[in-house]
Design a protein around this ligand. Structure first.
Ligand code: MG
Length: 381
Protein backbone atom coordinates (compact mmCIF):
# COMPACT_ATOMS: atom_id res chain seq x y z
CA UNK A 1 0.00 0.00 0.00
CA UNK A 2 1.40 3.44 -0.87
CA UNK A 3 2.02 5.59 2.18
CA UNK A 4 0.82 9.16 2.35
CA UNK A 5 3.27 11.35 0.51
CA UNK A 6 5.12 14.22 2.21
CA UNK A 7 3.88 17.73 1.28
CA UNK A 8 7.14 18.37 -0.60
CA UNK A 9 6.90 15.18 -2.67
CA UNK A 10 5.90 15.28 -6.33
CA UNK A 11 2.32 14.11 -6.88
CA UNK A 12 0.15 13.79 -9.99
CA UNK A 13 -1.72 16.87 -8.65
CA UNK A 14 1.29 19.18 -8.36
CA UNK A 15 3.00 17.77 -11.48
CA UNK A 16 3.79 20.20 -14.27
CA UNK A 17 2.33 17.61 -16.62
CA UNK A 18 3.25 16.38 -20.08
CA UNK A 19 4.29 18.30 -23.16
CA UNK A 20 1.29 16.92 -25.07
CA UNK A 21 -1.91 16.80 -23.00
CA UNK A 22 -3.36 13.31 -22.46
CA UNK A 23 -6.26 11.80 -20.57
CA UNK A 24 -5.18 10.68 -17.07
CA UNK A 25 -4.46 6.94 -16.82
CA UNK A 26 -7.36 4.77 -15.64
CA UNK A 27 -5.59 2.39 -13.25
CA UNK A 28 -2.12 3.80 -12.71
CA UNK A 29 -0.55 6.99 -11.44
CA UNK A 30 0.98 9.35 -14.02
CA UNK A 31 4.43 8.21 -12.89
CA UNK A 32 3.58 4.52 -13.15
CA UNK A 33 2.55 5.33 -16.70
CA UNK A 34 5.95 6.94 -17.28
CA UNK A 35 7.70 3.88 -15.88
CA UNK A 36 5.66 1.54 -18.10
CA UNK A 37 6.42 3.58 -21.22
CA UNK A 38 10.14 3.45 -20.37
CA UNK A 39 10.08 -0.31 -19.83
CA UNK A 40 8.30 -0.84 -23.17
CA UNK A 41 10.75 1.39 -25.09
CA UNK A 42 13.32 0.03 -27.55
CA UNK A 43 16.09 2.04 -25.84
CA UNK A 44 15.37 0.26 -22.54
CA UNK A 45 15.64 -3.19 -24.13
CA UNK A 46 19.01 -2.23 -25.61
CA UNK A 47 20.43 -1.51 -22.14
CA UNK A 48 20.88 -5.23 -21.61
CA UNK A 49 23.62 -5.28 -24.24
CA UNK A 50 25.37 -2.09 -23.21
CA UNK A 51 28.50 -1.85 -21.10
CA UNK A 52 28.65 -0.54 -17.61
CA UNK A 53 32.41 -1.03 -17.12
CA UNK A 54 33.02 -4.33 -18.89
CA UNK A 55 32.14 -4.86 -22.55
CA UNK A 56 29.00 -6.91 -22.77
CA UNK A 57 30.60 -10.04 -24.24
CA UNK A 58 33.32 -10.26 -21.54
CA UNK A 59 31.14 -12.31 -19.24
CA UNK A 60 27.54 -13.02 -18.33
CA UNK A 61 27.84 -12.09 -14.67
CA UNK A 62 28.93 -8.47 -14.99
CA UNK A 63 26.54 -5.58 -14.67
CA UNK A 64 25.11 -4.19 -17.83
CA UNK A 65 23.33 -0.86 -18.12
CA UNK A 66 20.06 -2.72 -17.61
CA UNK A 67 20.96 -4.48 -14.37
CA UNK A 68 22.64 -1.27 -13.18
CA UNK A 69 19.40 0.65 -13.80
CA UNK A 70 17.40 -1.97 -11.88
CA UNK A 71 19.80 -1.70 -8.93
CA UNK A 72 19.51 2.09 -8.97
CA UNK A 73 15.71 1.79 -9.00
CA UNK A 74 15.59 -0.55 -6.02
CA UNK A 75 17.90 1.61 -3.89
CA UNK A 76 15.98 4.77 -4.84
CA UNK A 77 12.61 3.14 -4.09
CA UNK A 78 13.71 2.04 -0.63
CA UNK A 79 14.82 5.55 0.28
CA UNK A 80 11.76 7.17 -1.34
CA UNK A 81 9.36 5.00 0.60
CA UNK A 82 11.10 5.63 3.90
CA UNK A 83 11.01 9.41 3.29
CA UNK A 84 7.40 9.47 1.99
CA UNK A 85 8.61 10.63 -1.44
CA UNK A 86 7.06 9.49 -4.70
CA UNK A 87 8.30 5.92 -5.24
CA UNK A 88 6.74 5.59 -8.71
CA UNK A 89 8.56 8.71 -9.87
CA UNK A 90 11.99 7.68 -8.57
CA UNK A 91 11.52 4.30 -10.22
CA UNK A 92 10.70 5.91 -13.57
CA UNK A 93 13.70 8.27 -13.35
CA UNK A 94 16.06 5.47 -12.29
CA UNK A 95 15.02 3.17 -15.12
CA UNK A 96 15.39 5.96 -17.70
CA UNK A 97 18.52 7.67 -16.42
CA UNK A 98 20.97 5.81 -18.68
CA UNK A 99 18.85 5.42 -21.85
CA UNK A 100 21.12 7.80 -23.77
CA UNK A 101 24.34 5.95 -23.08
CA UNK A 102 26.43 4.98 -26.08
CA UNK A 103 27.86 1.50 -26.54
CA UNK A 104 31.06 0.86 -24.53
CA UNK A 105 30.18 3.06 -21.56
CA UNK A 106 32.02 6.28 -20.89
CA UNK A 107 34.72 5.62 -23.47
CA UNK A 108 32.04 5.43 -26.18
CA UNK A 109 30.53 8.70 -24.99
CA UNK A 110 33.93 10.44 -24.91
CA UNK A 111 34.67 9.28 -28.45
CA UNK A 112 31.29 10.38 -29.76
CA UNK A 113 31.63 13.71 -27.98
CA UNK A 114 35.00 14.24 -29.69
CA UNK A 115 33.48 13.35 -33.09
CA UNK A 116 30.61 15.80 -32.49
CA UNK A 117 32.83 18.65 -31.23
CA UNK A 118 32.12 20.92 -34.20
CA UNK A 119 28.43 19.99 -34.20
CA UNK A 120 27.36 20.80 -30.64
CA UNK A 121 29.01 17.85 -28.84
CA UNK A 122 27.47 14.71 -27.38
CA UNK A 123 26.43 14.28 -23.75
CA UNK A 124 24.73 11.12 -22.50
CA UNK A 125 22.40 12.93 -20.08
CA UNK A 126 21.07 15.14 -22.79
CA UNK A 127 20.85 12.12 -25.08
CA UNK A 128 18.71 10.25 -22.51
CA UNK A 129 16.30 13.18 -22.66
CA UNK A 130 16.45 13.18 -26.46
CA UNK A 131 15.55 9.47 -26.47
CA UNK A 132 12.41 9.97 -24.37
CA UNK A 133 11.45 13.31 -25.95
CA UNK A 134 12.16 12.67 -29.62
CA UNK A 135 13.74 9.42 -30.73
CA UNK A 136 11.37 6.74 -29.45
CA UNK A 137 8.62 6.05 -31.97
CA UNK A 138 5.87 4.47 -29.88
CA UNK A 139 2.91 6.79 -30.23
CA UNK A 140 0.79 8.04 -33.10
CA UNK A 141 0.06 11.44 -31.55
CA UNK A 142 3.48 12.66 -30.43
CA UNK A 143 7.20 12.02 -30.79
CA UNK A 144 9.05 10.23 -27.98
CA UNK A 145 7.31 8.93 -24.87
CA UNK A 146 5.69 12.20 -23.72
CA UNK A 147 6.83 11.69 -20.12
CA UNK A 148 5.91 14.00 -17.25
CA UNK A 149 7.99 17.10 -16.58
CA UNK A 150 9.27 15.59 -13.30
CA UNK A 151 10.59 12.38 -14.89
CA UNK A 152 12.31 14.46 -17.60
CA UNK A 153 13.71 16.77 -14.91
CA UNK A 154 15.20 13.76 -13.14
CA UNK A 155 16.74 12.36 -16.32
CA UNK A 156 18.55 15.63 -17.02
CA UNK A 157 21.04 15.49 -14.17
CA UNK A 158 23.62 17.80 -15.68
CA UNK A 159 23.52 20.25 -18.50
CA UNK A 160 25.79 22.97 -19.86
CA UNK A 161 24.45 26.54 -19.87
CA UNK A 162 24.49 26.55 -23.69
CA UNK A 163 22.37 23.40 -23.91
CA UNK A 164 20.13 24.55 -21.05
CA UNK A 165 19.16 27.67 -23.02
CA UNK A 166 17.63 25.47 -25.72
CA UNK A 167 15.51 23.42 -23.30
CA UNK A 168 12.90 25.95 -22.16
CA UNK A 169 11.50 25.44 -18.66
CA UNK A 170 13.47 22.22 -18.16
CA UNK A 171 16.77 24.05 -18.68
CA UNK A 172 15.89 26.97 -16.40
CA UNK A 173 17.22 25.43 -13.20
CA UNK A 174 20.73 25.17 -14.64
CA UNK A 175 20.64 28.87 -15.49
CA UNK A 176 18.91 29.97 -12.27
CA UNK A 177 20.91 27.56 -10.09
CA UNK A 178 17.75 25.99 -8.66
CA UNK A 179 17.35 22.45 -7.37
CA UNK A 180 15.33 19.69 -9.00
CA UNK A 181 12.61 17.88 -6.99
CA UNK A 182 13.68 15.54 -4.19
CA UNK A 183 12.86 12.46 -6.28
CA UNK A 184 15.29 13.64 -8.98
CA UNK A 185 17.96 14.35 -6.36
CA UNK A 186 17.42 10.90 -4.90
CA UNK A 187 17.70 8.99 -8.19
CA UNK A 188 21.00 10.77 -8.80
CA UNK A 189 22.49 9.71 -5.43
CA UNK A 190 21.08 6.17 -5.77
CA UNK A 191 22.97 5.94 -9.08
CA UNK A 192 26.24 6.67 -7.24
CA UNK A 193 25.55 4.16 -4.45
CA UNK A 194 24.73 1.50 -7.03
CA UNK A 195 27.75 1.89 -9.28
CA UNK A 196 30.33 2.42 -6.54
CA UNK A 197 29.29 -0.83 -4.93
CA UNK A 198 28.58 -3.01 -7.94
CA UNK A 199 31.83 -1.93 -9.60
CA UNK A 200 33.66 -3.31 -6.56
CA UNK A 201 31.86 -6.60 -7.02
CA UNK A 202 32.51 -6.72 -10.78
CA UNK A 203 36.13 -5.60 -10.38
CA UNK A 204 36.82 -8.33 -7.83
CA UNK A 205 35.05 -10.92 -9.99
CA UNK A 206 37.19 -9.95 -12.97
CA UNK A 207 40.35 -10.16 -10.84
CA UNK A 208 41.28 -6.56 -11.67
CA UNK A 209 41.26 -5.51 -8.02
CA UNK A 210 41.68 -7.55 -4.86
CA UNK A 211 40.22 -7.36 -1.39
CA UNK A 212 43.57 -6.57 0.28
CA UNK A 213 44.10 -3.44 -1.84
CA UNK A 214 40.45 -2.52 -1.55
CA UNK A 215 40.72 -2.64 2.23
CA UNK A 216 42.98 0.43 2.07
CA UNK A 217 39.71 2.35 1.55
CA UNK A 218 38.51 3.15 5.10
CA UNK A 219 34.84 2.25 4.63
CA UNK A 220 35.70 -1.08 3.03
CA UNK A 221 38.09 -1.93 5.90
CA UNK A 222 35.38 -1.01 8.39
CA UNK A 223 32.67 -3.13 6.74
CA UNK A 224 35.10 -6.00 6.18
CA UNK A 225 35.73 -6.00 9.94
CA UNK A 226 32.01 -5.99 10.65
CA UNK A 227 31.44 -8.92 8.29
CA UNK A 228 34.40 -10.98 9.62
CA UNK A 229 33.32 -10.34 13.17
CA UNK A 230 29.76 -11.39 12.40
CA UNK A 231 30.76 -14.43 10.30
CA UNK A 232 34.11 -15.82 11.51
CA UNK A 233 35.88 -17.87 8.81
CA UNK A 234 33.88 -16.36 5.93
CA UNK A 235 35.74 -16.19 2.60
CA UNK A 236 35.39 -16.12 -1.18
CA UNK A 237 32.24 -14.90 -2.93
CA UNK A 238 30.18 -14.89 0.26
CA UNK A 239 32.62 -12.57 1.97
CA UNK A 240 32.65 -10.19 -0.99
CA UNK A 241 28.86 -10.19 -1.24
CA UNK A 242 28.47 -9.59 2.49
CA UNK A 243 30.86 -6.63 2.30
CA UNK A 244 29.07 -5.12 -0.72
CA UNK A 245 25.66 -5.67 0.91
CA UNK A 246 26.92 -4.10 4.10
CA UNK A 247 28.35 -1.09 2.28
CA UNK A 248 25.11 -0.44 0.39
CA UNK A 249 23.31 -0.72 3.73
CA UNK A 250 25.45 1.85 5.54
CA UNK A 251 25.40 4.31 2.62
CA UNK A 252 21.61 4.02 2.34
CA UNK A 253 21.16 4.45 6.11
CA UNK A 254 23.38 7.53 6.16
CA UNK A 255 21.56 8.92 3.12
CA UNK A 256 18.15 8.51 4.77
CA UNK A 257 19.25 9.94 8.13
CA UNK A 258 21.10 12.90 6.64
CA UNK A 259 18.38 13.72 4.08
CA UNK A 260 15.64 13.56 6.72
CA UNK A 261 17.64 16.02 8.83
CA UNK A 262 18.27 18.36 5.90
CA UNK A 263 14.58 18.30 4.97
CA UNK A 264 13.54 18.88 8.57
CA UNK A 265 15.89 21.88 8.92
CA UNK A 266 14.92 23.44 5.59
CA UNK A 267 11.22 22.64 6.17
CA UNK A 268 10.10 23.13 2.55
CA UNK A 269 6.32 23.53 2.45
CA UNK A 270 5.99 22.17 -1.07
CA UNK A 271 7.87 21.15 -4.20
CA UNK A 272 8.30 24.80 -5.27
CA UNK A 273 10.11 25.47 -1.98
CA UNK A 274 12.39 22.46 -2.63
CA UNK A 275 13.36 23.92 -6.03
CA UNK A 276 14.21 27.29 -4.43
CA UNK A 277 16.65 25.79 -1.90
CA UNK A 278 20.28 26.97 -2.22
CA UNK A 279 21.50 23.35 -2.17
CA UNK A 280 20.31 19.76 -2.47
CA UNK A 281 18.35 18.25 0.44
CA UNK A 282 19.16 14.66 -0.45
CA UNK A 283 22.71 13.75 0.40
CA UNK A 284 25.26 12.13 2.69
CA UNK A 285 26.73 13.38 5.94
CA UNK A 286 30.20 14.96 5.64
CA UNK A 287 31.76 11.74 6.93
CA UNK A 288 30.07 9.52 4.34
CA UNK A 289 30.61 12.05 1.57
CA UNK A 290 34.37 11.73 2.13
CA UNK A 291 34.11 7.93 2.44
CA UNK A 292 32.38 7.93 -0.93
CA UNK A 293 35.06 10.16 -2.46
CA UNK A 294 37.83 7.85 -1.21
CA UNK A 295 36.02 4.85 -2.68
CA UNK A 296 35.51 6.56 -6.04
CA UNK A 297 39.15 7.56 -6.15
CA UNK A 298 40.22 3.96 -5.52
CA UNK A 299 37.96 2.70 -8.30
CA UNK A 300 39.20 5.37 -10.71
CA UNK A 301 42.85 4.54 -10.08
CA UNK A 302 42.65 0.78 -9.79
CA UNK A 303 39.66 -0.28 -11.88
CA UNK A 304 38.61 2.30 -14.48
CA UNK A 305 42.27 2.94 -15.39
CA UNK A 306 43.35 -0.69 -15.17
CA UNK A 307 45.37 -1.63 -18.29
CA UNK A 308 42.77 -4.22 -19.31
CA UNK A 309 39.96 -1.70 -19.05
CA UNK A 310 42.08 0.98 -20.77
CA UNK A 311 42.80 -1.40 -23.64
CA UNK A 312 39.07 -1.95 -24.09
CA UNK A 313 38.53 1.80 -23.82
CA UNK A 314 40.99 2.50 -26.60
CA UNK A 315 39.41 -0.13 -28.89
CA UNK A 316 35.94 1.22 -28.15
CA UNK A 317 36.98 4.75 -28.99
CA UNK A 318 38.51 3.59 -32.28
CA UNK A 319 35.32 1.73 -33.21
CA UNK A 320 33.00 4.65 -32.41
CA UNK A 321 35.22 7.19 -34.21
CA UNK A 322 35.57 4.97 -37.26
CA UNK A 323 31.82 4.32 -37.51
CA UNK A 324 31.12 8.04 -37.16
CA UNK A 325 33.52 8.86 -39.98
CA UNK A 326 32.04 6.19 -42.27
CA UNK A 327 28.41 7.23 -41.74
CA UNK A 328 29.07 10.96 -41.89
CA UNK A 329 30.86 10.55 -45.22
CA UNK A 330 28.09 8.40 -46.65
CA UNK A 331 24.64 8.41 -45.00
CA UNK A 332 23.70 5.46 -47.23
CA UNK A 333 25.92 3.20 -45.10
CA UNK A 334 23.25 3.44 -42.39
CA UNK A 335 19.93 1.58 -42.64
CA UNK A 336 17.38 3.40 -44.88
CA UNK A 337 15.32 5.05 -42.11
CA UNK A 338 18.45 6.60 -40.55
CA UNK A 339 19.90 7.54 -43.94
CA UNK A 340 16.63 9.27 -44.89
CA UNK A 341 16.52 11.16 -41.60
CA UNK A 342 20.16 12.19 -41.96
CA UNK A 343 19.54 13.54 -45.47
CA UNK A 344 16.47 15.52 -44.47
CA UNK A 345 18.22 16.97 -41.38
CA UNK A 346 21.24 17.75 -43.56
CA UNK A 347 18.98 19.61 -46.02
CA UNK A 348 17.45 21.59 -43.15
CA UNK A 349 20.48 22.26 -40.91
CA UNK A 350 23.57 21.45 -42.99
CA UNK A 351 26.27 18.97 -41.96
CA UNK A 352 25.52 19.49 -38.24
CA UNK A 353 21.97 18.21 -38.84
CA UNK A 354 23.24 15.06 -40.56
CA UNK A 355 25.94 14.57 -37.90
CA UNK A 356 23.32 14.63 -35.13
CA UNK A 357 21.40 11.81 -36.82
CA UNK A 358 24.63 9.81 -37.19
CA UNK A 359 25.33 10.37 -33.47
CA UNK A 360 21.78 9.24 -32.61
CA UNK A 361 22.26 6.09 -34.66
CA UNK A 362 25.63 5.23 -33.08
CA UNK A 363 24.46 6.11 -29.54
CA UNK A 364 21.54 3.71 -29.97
CA UNK A 365 23.83 0.78 -30.81
CA UNK A 366 24.49 -1.99 -28.34
CA UNK A 367 28.11 -3.07 -27.76
CA UNK A 368 27.82 -6.12 -29.95
CA UNK A 369 25.94 -4.32 -32.73
CA UNK A 370 28.71 -1.69 -32.84
CA UNK A 371 31.35 -4.45 -32.96
CA UNK A 372 29.50 -6.16 -35.82
CA UNK A 373 29.00 -2.90 -37.72
CA UNK A 374 32.70 -2.14 -37.36
CA UNK A 375 33.67 -5.61 -38.48
CA UNK A 376 31.36 -5.34 -41.51
CA UNK A 377 32.85 -1.95 -42.44
CA UNK A 378 36.37 -3.40 -42.33
CA UNK A 379 35.32 -6.06 -44.79
CA UNK A 380 33.93 -3.30 -46.98
CA UNK A 381 30.34 -4.47 -46.84
MG1 MG B 1 23.86 5.26 -14.06
Amino acid sequence: MPLDLAPYAVTPTNSKGRRYAEEPPAYRSEFQRDRDRIIHSAAFRRLVYKTQVFVNHEGDLYRTRLTHSLEVAQIARTVARSMCLNEDLVEAISLAHDLGHTPFGHSGQDALNACMREFGGFEHNLQSLRVVDQLEESHADFPGLNLTYETREGILKHCSATNARGLGELGERFLQRQQPGLEAQLANVADEIAYNNHDIDDGLRAGLINLTDLATVPIVAEQLDVVRHRHPGISGRREIHEVVRSMIGVFVTDLINTSCELVRDAAPVDIAAVREQPSALIGFSDGYASEKTALKQFLREHLYRHPRVSKMTKQAQDIVSKLFEIYLNDYQRMPPEHADRARSHHDADGLAGGARVVADYIAGMTDRFALQAHEASRKGS
